[in-house]
Design a protein around this ligand. Structure first.
Ligand code: URP
Ligand code: ZN
Ligand code: ZN
Ligand code: ZN
Length: 465
């Protein structure tokens, strides 16, 4: 007798897709089979059971510059995550000026305490290479289960030089961490921005024209080279185009441990969206920018061929009608002042289900890998998260594959006041989310449980190192 049985769903496991029952006891998957009995039964005929989404690239309550405020805290971002079929998220901890990395992590965990509806890990952002950060804070955190961090090659105040990146990577190599890199060439962007402004090209579209594909391709090549020198595994996050992906494929052919992430914006949006009339284009300003139909096709080809390991949201929400958001002081005068990032934590999974699975581009199993299993594996959570198998946490999302609806801001739960996908038609939507066997979302709304998300300490598998 189980605590709960999810009965008769088409279950997507790591090895199979088959109609069966999932028996859950003490928050874990105890049995996969047929005719299972439980104290509680959820009838799931006609539904698909997938591993709960693991979104390994989200920004929540991240310091974003003077006067600018992210639209989500842990409560709203995790509510949106749960409603979008996710059970684990990995946001980034960025230290404020004058705060050490260890203190910043402690403050960040306090922000999540009792407020997060899904389980969560924390990636670090390393944007300083002083002796305390590299000699004490970072090693201590890597050893304490914060086994991944992001470095930036762009954004003033965040970007590190090549030498600094090597110094940080060397700490990763000693302490078994995954390095994530935001790969865009800051000097090239600065040159192109200055030139654009000199010629009066200041509308949101020019956020895209000043960050062209070579800016990303070159930085991807350089980041991989640095990781090969340092001997660390590397994830290139938010890959937006075919040329950058080709760099990753070539590196893998020579044996580099490099992994690739893409996001819904690179599969469904283009730079034309940044050219929408009025100031509407600001809603689509993110880095790297969405490209064109050909690059979209190249990213889809990468998804279909298996070149991408990860599909994440890069949820980075700012309100549109807000001086603390997209309409920041100076934003209408120059794209340079528009906060970078778009919201997408709740719509990530439905977009790939509809455009990928329903349109026949990828299988259900590939969907599970791209949205959950590989995230758990690459960031050190595979012991409990990311797949439906006996012994794993009962983190499960039930999909109605026939549900057709347009994406509407009015139906979403994030703190942003818009969605870049307003009116985008999708087929398939998550109808129930279970976190460690507890229903946290039903029919598109939270079930009203007290937020029960736990912080997850992580360990990378030896096979990655
Ligand atoms: O524009 C973006 N992607 N903003 C979020 C921060 C980042 O670089 O991932
Ligand atoms: Zn980034
Ligand atoms: Zn990001
Ligand atoms: Zn609602």
């Amino acid at each position: 007798m189980h605590d709960l049985v999810i009965r008769g769903a088409k279950v997507v496991t790591g090895t199979d897709v088959a109609v069966m029952d999932i028996g859950i006891t003490d928050g874990r998957i105890a049995t996969l089979g047929t005719g299972l009995d439980g104290a509680d039964i959820v009838a799931a005929d006609g539904l698909i059971a997938m591993p709960g989404g693991v979104d390994s690239h989200v920004h929540i309550s991240q310091p974003s510059g003077p006067g600018i405020e992210m639209a989500d805290d842990f409560a709203s971002a995790s509510a949106a995550a749960a409603c979008g079929g996710n059970t684990t998220i990995l946001p980034f901890c960025l230290p404020e000026d004058g705060v050490g990395l260890r203190d910043a992590v402690a403050h960040y965990l306090a922000k999540a305490d009792g407020r997060c509806h899904v389980d969560f890990g924390v990636h670090l952002i390393v944007h300083r290479t002083d002796p305390t950060t590299l000699g004490q804070d970072l090693p201590a955190l890597l050893e304490a289960g914060f086994t991944s961090f992001k470095v930036f090659m762009t954004y003033q105040g965040l970007a590190l030089s090549d030498r600094q990146i090597l110094e940080v990577m060397s700490v990763a190599s000693q302490h078994k961490a995954m390095v994530m890199v935001h790969a865009e060439n800051e000097d090239a962007i600065e040159f192109l921005r200055d030139e654009a402004e000199r010629h009066g090209r200041t509308s949101p579209l020019h956020h895209a024209t000043t960050r062209p594909v070579p800016v990303e391709r070159e930085a991807v090549h350089r980041a991989i080279t640095l990781a090969e020198i340092a001997g660390v595994p590397l994830t290139i996050v938010h890959v937006s185009n075919g040329a950058a992906l080709d760099e990753i494929r070539r590196a893998r052919e020579r044996g580099a441990r490099v992994f690739a992430e893409t996001c819904p914006q690179y599969l469904t949006l283009t730079a034309d969206d940044l050219d929408r009339s009025g100031f509407e284009g600001a809603k689509y300003v993110c880095s790297p920018p969405p490209r064109d139909a050909a690059e979209q096709a190249a990213c889809w080809a990468g998804i279909e061929r298996g070149d991408f390991d990860l599909y994440s949201s890069d949820h980075c929400p700012f309100r549109f009608v807000d001086r603390a958001g997209k309409d920041a002081p100076g934003a209408r005068a120059s794209f340079r002042n528009i906060p970078n990032g778009i919201p997408g934590i709740e719509t990530r999974l439905p977009i790939l289900f509809s455009e990928g699975v329903v349109k026949g581009r990828i299988s259900l199993q590939r969907f599970a890998q791209l949205t959950a299993t590989n995230h758990a594996r690459l960031y050190g959570l595979a012991a409990t998260k990311g797949s439906i198998r006996v012994g794993a946490d009962a983190d499960i999302v039930l999909w109605d594959p026939t549900l057709r609806r347009p994406i509407r801001q009015a139906d979403l739960h994030h703190g942003a006041d818009y969605t870049p996908w307003e009116g985008f038609d999708v087929t398939g939507w998550p109808v129930a989310t279970f976190l460690r066997g507890c229903a946290i979302m039903r029919d598109g709304e939270l079930t009203g449980r007290k937020p029960g998300g736990r912080h997850l300490s992580r360990a990378l598998p030896d096979t990655l190192l």
